[in-house]
Design a protein around this ligand. Structure first.
Ligand code: NI
Ligand code: MN
Length: 222
């Protein structure tokens, strides 16, 4: 399994023959082509997460999985959608996914209420990957750690709108994850961080910080 960082909170998860796309805000990456995507996941309605999801979905006929209100918004605009609520596994031909709470807000750029913001826990090839979306630190992460035991956690670290490095490191401990991948930082000034500080904090916990450059891959096949 490979995790491909597309910048901001956008990732591809690539397995042997499947590819899923998460929060496809694609302004950071040059020349990206959304080819052979099997499913798209969107954590909330903000434009830096919804990104190009509707365009990709309608052009390539790829379903978007999102919370009910956001899925409805997307389907009214031509996307193929799967709506999901918080807290139940949904099965796909490559694995299964549960939407989990995120502490944030969710509306679209044109002011439409987009339901609850969420994160996603993916179970793929027996590996558990948690994409937190935009969220503050919350005790919910203790529950996510206990229930789902994520091997890999993708956490926002930029502050201002989400957790900062300090809170992301506490989240890492509560989630009990081994590999911590930072996101939602250095895209614009309000979320700028020194990424070395992130590495230091995560290493202090005995965990592995995995900083993936834009358009680079983390190969998780061990
Ligand atoms: Ni947001
Ligand atoms: Mn955001």
């Amino acid at each position: 399994m490979k995790i491909h960082y597309l910048g901001h909170s956008a990732f591809e998860i690539i397995t042997n023959d499947k590819k899923i796309l998460i929060d496809p805000f694609l302004v950071c990456i040059k020349g990206y082509k959304p080819e052979n995507i099997d499913d798209i996941f969107v954590t909330h309605g903000h434009s830096d997460h919804l990104g190009s999801a509707i365009e990709i979905s309608s052009k390539y006929n790829v379903p978007i999985t999102a919370i009910f209100e956001l899925a409805n918004y997307c389907s009214k605009r031509g996307a193929v959608t799967n709506s999901i609520g918080l807290g139940a596994w949904k099965n796909y031909d490559w694995g299964k996914v549960v939407a989990v709470p995120a502490y944030h807000s969710s509306s679209t750029a044109d002011g439409v209420y987009a339901g609850s913001p969420c994160g996603f826990v993916f179970d793929i090839e027996g590996k558990i990957i948690y994409h937190a979306g935009d969220t503050s630190l919350s005790s919910e992460m203790k529950t996510i750690g206990e229930l789902y035991k994520p091997d890999i956690a993708l956490l926002p670290i930029g502050g201002t709108y989400t957790m900062d490095i300090k809170h992301a490191s506490i989240a890492s401990k509560w989630l009990n994850s081994t590999f911590i991948i930072p996101m939602h930082y250095n895209t614009f000034d309000a979320i700028s961080v020194n990424i070395e500080d992130f590495k230091t904090e995560i290493k202090k916990l005995g965990k592995t910080p995995v900083v993936i450059g834009i358009d680079e891959y983390f190969d998780y096949s061990f």
